[in-house]
Design a protein around this ligand. Structure first.
Ligand SMILES: Nc1ncnc2c1ncn2[C@@H]1O[C@H](COP(=O)(O)OP(=O)(O)OP(=O)(O)O)[C@@H](O)[C@H]1O
Ligand SMILES: [Mg+2]
Length: 298
């Protein structure tokens, strides 16, 4: 009997899908969460957009910050690129007010986007983590009330842009794909986050393909969890709808009916609110009966 660790993406009857978390009373301190990875292209921006909108859908107020300097694309994924007139750099230069740089989503008024800088531009000398700390403090004190969540979409790599993005955060969501290069970078980033005092780190395993896990061509989620030793916030399947939604500027979680990846992002958002995590549960495969079952814990 062979032991398998497979995600069940068809399990839409998970208790989490029927229970809605309660929106907390107005906060005085936002939860500041950096979405990071180390390796580029593993799904940080996709996660920020979809988890952010899912949180807004749950009634929470969310500010997403695109901290990818020069190569920003969160505005594109959200379909808000034409509405970005000002960035944080201009706010700090005194060219505009903070509320002018915050772009309200077309669909959810409790969801806002702030870009750090204009595309292909460089940050002014002296711009760093302190600018984002100032931003968080300003958002806390603004008239509309303190947001429940500030999600920071981190640039790839571990250089100055990474340090700037993690500085104001007190929590991190580490996005990884189940391959060795992504895992090695994720492990390195985990060490750096801990060094910076960020102890609340959860991971999202993205682009998981059960067919490849079955064929033992891809690491299982349990393998990933054992290698990184982090709490699991979500498992997102490889889904061509993600690419389609990226190109349309219409995030996946807005799709009706939702796709499997959309549901997985919604569940990850729910766990983020509840400060919960999921567990890989081992199931076993009968050699003759090649029915593949699943894991997904509570
Ligand atoms: N679950 C998924 N299934 C299919 N495609 C995906 C999935 N997640 C992300 N992608 C695709 O992978 C590409 C990279 O995603 P994304 O831009 O979110 O990564 P990133 O980590 O933000 O990249 P960068 O490091 O460049 O900022 C995009 O084309 C996106 O559509
Ligand atoms: Mg990105």
């Amino acid at each position: 009997m062979r032991k398998l660790f497979l995600p069940d993406f068809n399990n839409s009857t998970h208790p989490e899908s029927t229970v809605q978390p309660q929106a907390p009373a107005r906060r005085r301190h936002p939860r500041v969460v950096v979405i990071t990875s180390g390796k580029g292209g593993v799904g940080k921006t996709t996660t920020t957009a979809n988890v952010g909108l899912s949180l807004a859908h749950l009634g929470l107020s969310v500010v997403t910050v695109d901290a990818d300097v020069g190569l920003r694309n969160l505005d594109l994924l959200l379909g808000l690129e034409n509405r970005v007139n000002y960035t944080l750099v201009e706010v700090l230069n005194g060219d505009c007010r903070l509320d002018q740089a915050l772009v309200r989503d077309k669909r959810w008024s409790n969801f806002e986007l702030l870009c750090i800088s204009k595309p292909r531009s460089k940050l002014p000398i002296g711009f760093g983590g302190k600018a984002l700390v100032w931003l968080v403090e300003s958002l806390k004190d603004r008239q509309e009330g303190c947001p429940d969540f500030i999600l920071i979409d981190c640039p790839a790599g571990i250089d100055a842009g990474f340090i700037t993005a993690i500085t104001p955060a007190n929590e991190a969501v580490l996005v990884t794909t189940p391959d060795i290069t992504s895992l090695r970078d994720a492990d390195r980033v985990t060490g750096l986050l801990e060094c910076d005092g960020i102890r609340d780190i959860k991971m999202i395993v993205n682009r998981v393909r059960t067919d490849m896990i079955k064929g033992e061509d891809m690491m299982s989620v349990l393998d990933v969890q054992e290698m990184l030793g982090l709490a699991l916030l979500g498992v997102i399947p490889e889904d061509s709808e993600v690419i389609r939604s990226t190109n349309r500027g219409y995030p996946l979680v807005l799709n009706k009916p939702p796709t499997l990846a959309g549901l997985a992002f919604e569940q990850a958002a729910w766990r983020l609110v509840e400060q919960d995590s999921m567990q890989a549960v081992m199931m076993e495969e009968e050699p003759k009966n090649r029915g593949w079952f699943s894991f997904f814990g509570g």
